[in-house]
Ligand binder design. Structure first.
Ligand SMILES: N[C@@H](CCC(=O)N[C@@H](CS)C(=O)NCC(=O)O)C(=O)O
Length: 218
């Protein structure tokens, strides 16, 4: 039995998307970081980082959203799984790249454009994030110029992981016109029926003191 912890309005949506693509049965425990359920000792026993998502599948417990997806696709995936050593390595490369080069900068932009209360937003942080993102955006755009998907001609876990991280682009309306190949590919990925939960996100952080915001996302 697969158990997934974390609300859909969090990085947990990355795993929800993959589980739906795979059509797997799972129990969803919507551990909410806004109400601090992630600091509960029972949840810390699952993920000592106190962050969502986390996943338990039989005798394996995993955290880190993109790693969870690589695991699930390798274990249960058909078409969506990377095939063989080279594809698996490339899927890992692009997933680690998304976590290292995109994730924090995207959240810095998103928090200051949308998630933080208006009085706590800092336009300088948005500008810094967009500057930082311009290099990886150009890299992905170049890679996709002559490819339909990241690993070639079919949608795989590599696309899902990178597009799920990039879903903040759509959520916050970040400017991506200078990257037409990336933009078209991203639209196609996010329009998949299994993807849409997080994109309807509308929640407020106003119940929390602002000093907590930064720790919850970055
Ligand atoms: N690198 C982790 C990041 C997980 C993460 O930061 N989750 C946030 C929600 S999107 C969280 O649980 N924040 C609550 C906290 O840190 O207190 C992953 O991709 O799974």
């Amino acid at each position: 039995m697969i158990t997934l912890y974390g609300t859909a309005h969090s990085r947990t949506h990355r795993v929800l998307w993959l589980l739906r693509e795979l059509g797997l049965a799972f129990e969803h425990i919507p551990t909410d970081f806004v109400t601090r359920e992630n600091r509960d000792p029972a949840f810390l026993a699952v993920n000592p980082n106190g962050r969502v998502p986390a996943l338990v599948d039989g005798d394996i417990t995993l955290w880190e959203s993109l790693t969870i997806n690589l695991y699930l696709s390798r274990r249960y995936g058909g078409e969506i799984a990377a095939r063989g050593f080279v594809e698996e390595t490339l899927a890992m490369q692009w997933s680690m790249w998304a976590a290292a080069e995109l994730d924090k900068a995207l959240f810095l932009a998103a928090t200051n454009l949308r998630f933080f209360a208006a009085a706590d937003r800092n336009p300088d942080d948005v500008a810094l994030a967009l500057r930082k993102l311009s290099r990886p955006f150009a890299v992905l755009d170049g890679w996709l110029t002559d490819r339909r998907y990241i690993l070639g001609d079919r949608f795989t876990v590599a696309d899902l992981n990178v597009a799920a991280v990039l879903s903040l682009v759509r959520l916050c309306g970040l400017p991506v016109e200078p990257y037409p190949a990336m933009s078209q590919w991203l639209g196609g990925c996010l329009d998949r029926p299994a993807a849409d939960d997080y994109l309807r996100l509308d929640f407020k952080l106003s119940r929390l003191p602002p000093e907590n915001y930064i720790f919850m996302f970055l």
